[in-house]
Write a new protein. Structure first.
Ligand code: FAD
Ligand code: NAP
Ligand code: SF4
Length: 681
């Protein structure tokens, strides 16, 4: 019996589907990576999926592939429509089946409906989505008939291409789910009106697909159990649809919990682990086919608990498979402390996908670059000093050492992690601790000599005659040039966030970038972090998991605990405050701070600081903000005091991370740059 079977008996138990078997209960969930449309994309996708298949998952779901042009997400995106597409997809299926014959791979069929980012989108009714610039065309009955057949044809071609099954995405606000809600379906023919009529389209799709692919092919239907919209489905409708889908011939039902246009986060790091699985558990009691659950299941013990609780038959992990392709293998071999955990930051995956960039992963820049970025053994080992154990230094040191170089890592503080040690203190960013645990283990495994509480000096680095010196010394906070900046009311974000100085009741925060927002979150927070409690999360975002009103949220007012601080978050720019935050997470931070009564003010000109407070001109009007504390979050500058001296001594010295460029630095760029440099040392 393997470690996995002993410690995660549910996760590592096979699932019999009648005509075939899944070797375990772990699914790699569907993600559109943009490799689908990239040059040589199918070979790159094959390499990407092969790593995950070898990494132990029982089943893989590809990113969404459109059944026709009007259903594609954007012009020129991937479709499955003809023999050429079949040949391309065979590159993936053959590679995966050869590398891991016991891993299933299914293709997701995605018709974008009114979310299509092009002018040819269609929908049950011509109603534009809030989040889309394009109004869809209303489908005629002929369009509907044709589309149903195109779904069936797409599934049949997927079978021909060697897939073990398909997934129909009937949720998230895409075409199929648009038929279900009155909000998006105002038709008066047999496809609109009563719920029976509105659910006819999804049920018919499943029937036609089953007829086209025969009985020995996996058909997964992804159902919207909650739209997180007040106009969403009632629980009775969800159950009615689930039963009809089962009856129509689906093998498995996968549960989904939101529409993209909902104003409730379901993936961000402030969402607690496995927050939504109880909804799947509720539906599982009503149906007899297996159910898949998902969302913020990022470690094997979380997956095991969900299965042990009876909430699902299969757990889907999508982003966690970007972060670590070997997650399941490591769980099976008892190497859990080696798992590179998805911290749910969305910075390199969802933010990239929604801005048309190639998807990757903040903690694993190899994700979707498997054919280009490899950490191969070195043929000439070098003696390397890495100065600074923040994300950049950690990534560089561990990759260089893994490749066979002899690495010494210097860190002046008493712990590794650099600014991540401050980030992890922010409520909702608890997951950042996992990255530090991962790197601590990697340092041990790769044999890096770690010198903590050791401020590296120029003399020492020179005397050690290193072949290469990497300066990953990070940043120093920018001190803005404001009259009175030395006033005792002024506190640096480093001191405020580490409780090194007391922050008063009335606070002005100068700078509304990522750190300004985090400081406002930290200083306005009260009670337990939503990231650690499903109850708090449900209250803060107005979700009723117990009674399940329409969409899971109808009639529920969000309630947020707050302390008695009065906070003003300021910036000089006249653009909306928070515009520079992550594309798929920025709105959650803005909403949460608004609910905690944090005032966000743009267009500020800071004039001076004195006992009266902060003197500002806001849109031409002079004001004095009567505050006790002024927290400075005005960006950063590179900290590289060793650089010039070492260069003068003709050492081979290189800068990475914040020490290189501090402007717009984040951990994504720090780790990416360090990994790429360490790969070619
Ligand atoms: P640092 O993390 O600053 O590390 C530099 C290290 O060098 C430090 O540990 C320092 O002690 C050490 N050092 C300096 N000089 C010497 C010396 N002479 N000898 C030995 N050691 C030395 N980024 C994101 O991508 N997403 C987020 O959500 C996010 N949230 C954040 C929240 C907060 C509150 C903060 C403060 C930062 C956040 N960041 C976030 C930014 C992210 O942490 C930084 O971009 C990242 O840490 C930069 O990495 P680095 O390795 O370049 O520098
Ligand atoms: P930042 O995003 O560059 O924001 C700096 C802020 O300070 C801006 O609001 C800027 O706005 C203001 N500012 C700049 N120069 C100033 C000056 N001289 N005087 C007064 N105000 C000034 O930097 P940060 O907030 O320090 O964050 C550092 C990095 O960490 C960011 O790049 C970010 O990506 C990363 N981070 C990310 C997250 C996340 O959730 N993804 C969270 C935290 C941090 P004005 O110029 O308009 O005043
Ligand atoms: Fe997870 Fe962040 Fe990586 Fe996306 S970028 S997979 S959210 S760690």
């Amino acid at each position: 019996m393997s470690h996995g079977q002993k410690h995660y008996p549910n996760l590592f138990s096979p699932l019999d589907l009648g005509f075939t078997q899944l070797k375990n209960r772990a699914l790699m969930g569907s993600m559109h990576t943009m490799l689908e449309e990239a040059h040589d994309g199918f070979n790159k996708l094959a390499a990407y999926f092969v790593e995950r298949a070898k990494g132990g998952v029982g089943m893989i779901m590809t990113g969404g592939i459109a059944p026709n042009t009007e259903g594609s997400p954007f012009s020129g995106s991937a479709m499955m429509r003809n023999s050429n597409d079949v040949e391309n997809h065979k590159i993936i299926t053959e590679a995966v089946h050869q590398a891991a014959p016991d891993c299933k791979i299914c293709m997701q069929i995605l018709h974008n409906g009114r979310y299509a980012y092009h002018p040819d989108g269609v929908a049950p009714s011509a109603i534009k989505a809030r989040i889309s610039p394009f109004a869809p065309r209303e489908m005629s009955t002929d369009d509907i008939e044709r589309t149903l057949n195109e779904f069936a044809q797409c599934a049949a071609l997927a079978k021909e291409a060697g897939y073990d099954g398909i997934e129909i995405i009937g949720s998230a606000g895409y075409l199929i789910s648009e038929f279900l809600l009155e909000m998006t379906n105002q038709r008066t023919d047999e496809w609109g009106g009563s719920y029976e009529n509105r659910m006819r389209f999804p049920v018919e799709i499943v029937k036609r697909i089953r007829a086209a692919v025969g009985s020995d092919f996996i058909v997964v239907y992804r159902i919207a159990t909650m739209e997180l919209l007040p106009e969403g489905s009632s629980w009775e409708e969800v159950v009615q649809l689930g039963k009809a889908i089962e009856q129509a011939g689906a093998t498995i039902i996968s549960t989904h919990f939101t529409w993209h246009e909902a104003r409730v986060p379901t993936l961000a790091t402030m969402v607690p682990r496995a927050a939504f699985t109880q909804v799947t558990g509720k539906l599982r009691k009503e149906l007899s086919i297996p159910l898949i659950t998902s969302n913020r299941i990022n470690m094997p013990d979380v997956a095991e608990q969900v299965l042990a609780d009876g909430d699902a038959d299969i757990v889907s992990m999508a982003r966690p498979m970007l972060a670590d392709p070997e997650l399941i293998l490591k769980a099976d071999q008892g190497r859990e402390d080696e798992i590179n955990t998805c911290i749910a930051c969305n910075q390199a995956c969802m933010d990239h996908a929604f801005s048309g960039q190639l998807v990757s992963c903040l903690v694993n820049p190899r994700a979707c670059h498997e054919t280009e970025l490899n950490y191969l053994p070195t043929e000439s080992a070098k003696r390397v000093a890495v100065v600074g154990a923040g994300p950049a230094g950690l990534a560089y040191a561990t990759i260089a050492a893994q490749r066979g170089h002899n690495v010494t890592l210097y860190e002046s503080s008493d712990r590794i992690g650099g600014q991540f040690n401050i980030a992890k203190r922010i409520p909702g960013k608890e997951e950042f601790t996992e990255t530090l645990r991962y790197y601590a283990k990697q340092l041990e495994l790769t044999g890096v000599t770690v010198k903590l509480k050791h401020k590296a000096t120029q003399e020492e680095l020179i005397s050690e005659s290193f072949d290469k010196i990497i300066l990953a010394t990070g940043i120093k906070p920018r001190t803005p040039d404001i009259d009175g900046i030395d006033h005792p009311k002024v506190i640096s974000y480093l001191d405020a966030l580490q409780d090194k100085k007391t922050v008063g009741k009335k606070v002005a925060i100068i700078g509304a970038g990522g750190i300004g927002f985090d400081a406002a979150e930290y200083l306005s927070h009260a009670g337990v972090s939503s990231g650690l409690s499903k109850e708090v999360f449900a209250k803060e975002w107005g979700i009723d998991f117990e009674n399940h009103p329409r969409g899971g949220v109808a009639g529920i007012e969000p309630t947020v605990e707050t302390n008695d601080r009065e906070i003003q978050l300021l910036q000089r720019k006249t653009t909306a405050v928070g515009k520079t935050l992550g594309r798929t997470t920025g709105w959650t931070h803005r909403i949460m701070l608004q609910r905690r009564n944090v005032k966000m003010i743009n267009g500020c000109d800071y004039r001076k600081i004195d006992d009266a407070g902060l003197h500002v001109t806001i849109n031409g009007e002079e004001r004095v903000l009567d505050v006790d504390s002024i927290v400075i979050c005005a960006g950063q500058q590179p900290f590289r005091e060793l650089y010039e001296g070492l260069q003068n001594q003709t050492c081979d010295v290189e800068l990475v991370g914040g020490a290189d460029v501090a402007s717009e630095l984040d951990a994504k760029r720090a780790i990416d740059q360090a990994s790429k440099l360490a790969a070619v040392l």
